[in-house]
Design a protein around this ligand. Structure first.
Ligand SMILES: [Zn+2]
Length: 480
């Protein structure tokens, strides 16, 4: 079994490394949260077919900042001897975890986990598969209205009717336009129902590893694409939970065995189609996904692991051309745009124009008030006109995962997958240093929540897809 690569798994609890719970976001003082279920970092260490090892770290974390990622990777390098470019840290994007961690403690804990996984490595076989989880589990929460009425993010189910695989959301859109002063019944768009209508990725992917000796499952990497916000702190208060991925991981570990690493996908515009915001609902949805993983396992064919590795590159993404060069410049610009909004209201402008002007103002105002003035690190990178993050391509035999930073729209994720090969690659989001929302180019002019919290040029998605394809190609040529 000399030419079979070895893998090892471990799981470490990281709840006690948390500092500020998400529930107390924006507050200076915060209380110790109640813990519903513990947060973990689940770890896979694999031998690299080019020599040495590489590590995957799946964290119950909303999204680690670039500096945080560097601290963890340095610690892993120092204690476990795996260099930073051979470590991929990805987050489940739980909305009921911590906003900040004790980074030194978290880094030490994760590094211990890497050492543990490295210590239990054994020759492995790998198999993979994917399944459509069917309707009713996730939705693309955005809608694009015709006739210039723009884009909306249907963040919650308020005033919506839940259908099989979508939301009828005219109630929510109506409230927005009435707030702008429109008489809803007079608008052409009020005549027809409005549905969430953007693309989504309903496939759950699983790469499963078993011992080449006794054929016991060692662990798995499971990827599903949807915001982890069934039990977000907004709904459950100051309680810690890993949300639906917690239930999904336990389902997989119980029914298949080993340690399960959960990865989220390009879910910037996708959330779970929950009926209510309860732990029971998180478990119900996770079980639907888990059953599909069980099907994958039932049908999977294992082969000895002889190709495995991780390709990494640092990518400079184009910063949005309107990103302010300083707080002062941003404030000036916001003041001008605010004047435009008020003038448009005064002359009873068409609601479409009001929406557009409001969003122009909101975009710059969010950069100044919510990012720059609060010391957001990404905003300071953008001010300098330079924003760089790692992209990686992770591969095990015939399957690969393109790991990308931040909250990427589904359409970009699907484009990456199409370029590399739909049946042999999936996308992992929230990987390594965090990056805010990256909408698809066509979503930029339509505005709404995710666009307001974006900072890159609309062409950034193309740069990301191109880079992912190049990394996959390099991996292919490396290993034949
Ligand atoms: Zn998000």
């Amino acid at each position: 079994m000399e030419n079979i690569l070895k893998v090892g798994f471990s799981s470490v609890e990281i709840t006690d490394c948390g500092k500020q719970p998400r529930a107390s976001r924006g507050r200076r003082k915060y209380e110790t949260p109640e813990v519903h279920d513990h947060l973990h970092a689940n770890i896979l260490v694999s031998e690299n077919c080019e020599g040495g090892e590489f590590a995957l770290v799946a964290c119950d974390h909303s999204g680690i900042e670039q500096d945080e990622s560097e601290i963890i990777k340095e610690k892993i390098n120092g204690l476990a001897g795996i260099p930073p470019e051979r470590v991929s840290i990805f987050c489940s994007h739980t909305h009921s975890g911590f906003d900040t961690f004790d980074n030194a403690k978290l880094a030490a804990r994760v590094a211990d986990g890497v050492i543990e996984a490295k210590g239990v490595m054994q020759p492995a076989e790998a198999g993979f598969g994917f399944r459509d989880v069917g309707p009713g589990v996730s939705i693309n929460r955005r809608v694009l209205l015709p006739d210039g009425y723009g884009g909306f993010c249907i963040m919650y189910n308020n005033d919506c009717v839940i259908e099989d695989d979508r939301l009828e959301c005219s109630g929510q859109v109506r409230k927005y336009y009435e707030m702008l002063g429109a008489k809803w019944a007079d608008l052409e768009i009020s005549r027809n129902p409005i549905y969430t209508d953007r693309p989504k990725d309903r496939d759950v992917w699983a790469v499963i590893f078993r011992s080449a000796c006794d054929k016991k499952v060692l662990g798995s990497l499971v990827r599903f694409t949807a915001h982890s916000c069934v039990v977000s702190s907004k709904h459950i208060g100051n309680v810690i939970s890993a949300d639906y991925p917690a239930y999904l991981k336990s389902f997989v570990q119980k029914n298949i065995g080993g340690i399960c690493l959960f990865a989220n996908g390009a879910c910037g515009d996708v959330r779970m189609l929950y009926r209510e915001n309860t732990f029971e609902e998180a478990e119900r949805l996770a079980n639907v996904i888990g059953e599909k993983v069980r099907e994958i396992y039932r049908d999977v064919s294992f082969s000895p692991l002889n190709r495995a590795g991780i390709n990494c590159t640092l990518v400079s993404y184009p910063v949005h051309k309107d990103f302010p060069k300083s707080i002062e410049e941003g404030e000036k610009c916001a003041a001008e745009l605010k004047k435009n909004v008020l003038a448009a209201h005064a002359r009873n402008a068409d609601v479409r124009e009001l929406k557009r002007l409001n969003e122009e103002y909101d975009w710059i105002n969010a950069k100044v008030e919510r990012w720059l003035k609060k010391g957001n690190l990404q905003a300071y990178e953008c001010i300098k006109g330079k924003f760089a993050r790692e992209q990686q391509y992770i591969y095990f035999n015939d399957v690969g995962a393109a790991a990308v930073p931040g909250e990427v729209f589904t359409k970009i994720g699907l484009e990456i997958q199409a370029r590399i090969g739909k049946d042999k690659c999936f996308v992992i989001g929230y990987a390594n240093g965090y990056m805010a929302y990256l909408p698809a180019a066509e979503d930029y002019p339509e505005g709404s929540y995710e666009v307001r919290h974006s900072m890159l040029e609309p062409t950034a998605g193309d740069v990301m897809a191109e880079t992912a394809a190049n990394l996959a190609e390099a991996a292919r040529s490396l290993t034949g």
